[in-house]
Design a protein around this ligand. Sequence first.
Ligand code: PXG
Length: 285
Amino acid sequence: MSLKVYINGTLYDKADAKISVYDHGLLYGDGVFEGIRSYGGRVFRLEQHLDRLWESAQAIWLEIPISRDEMTAAINETLLANEIIDGYIRLIVTRGAGTLGLDPNKTADPQVIVIADTIALYPDEYYENGLDIVTVATQRNHPAALDPRIKSLNYLNNILAKIEGLRAGCVEALMLNHDGEVAECTGDNIFLVRGGALATPPTTAGILAGITRGVVIELAQGAGLAVHEDPLSRRDVYVADECFLTGTAAEVVPVVRIDDRVIGDGKPGPVTRDLMQRFRELTRG
Ligand code: PXG
């Protein structure tokens, strides 16, 4: 059975799921997206992902041509057509096909695309032993230029950082903001554990307000942990007791080495392991 992809109300075979080369999503990265998980046939934190998608679109003057209810129906239809129970959903809204100029007024027909697929998970080893990451030279976009809270199709900032990380032998890379503070990784938010409390950069540090980040903050507070959203330096990271990353694809993944400094005792710590377990129970329990 070929994978079916939703475009503007129609399900196409993957090989036939195509949009124009004049689409400004392709020409300029002009559009927005979301990455969402489905667990046990239920879409995880759908309302929050839709909120973020609509806010991203609002921020770039992009009117999503369908309602939230229609988007929800499109997601369910695409999941069903592909018989996906546990999987990954990618929502994409492009500006649509236009001229070769920047002017979005010369585009028509924003494209609404829903891809539902299985997800290639990180290997178990990452969760058992933790990641080794590096800080890269590519800074996170300055929020005054392009706010990282907007999940736009223009991901070059993160891709450059990702390439730097990969070339250093790391699957994730830590990005700093314009003030040299810790921002986030290329597709994940970062948390530290120190003195039994969590610390994570505030969204004003120039980061994506991750949905998983929000879930982990709730889980931690529910477990009686304090969570501090304060600016963090690289030094704070190096002296942390524990470190972990959160994201839709990664969920909660420990970090045990950063810039060749060992974090804690070099193994995933107890707070991280407890939150991994709580996240697993929430999504699979
Ligand atoms: N920061 C950035 C820059 C992201 O792109 C996150 C943090 C985590 O946010 P969520 O809401 O997912 O907890 C992201 C999300 C992928 C992939 O395929 C990446 C993301 C989402 C889905 C898939 O690598 N990034």
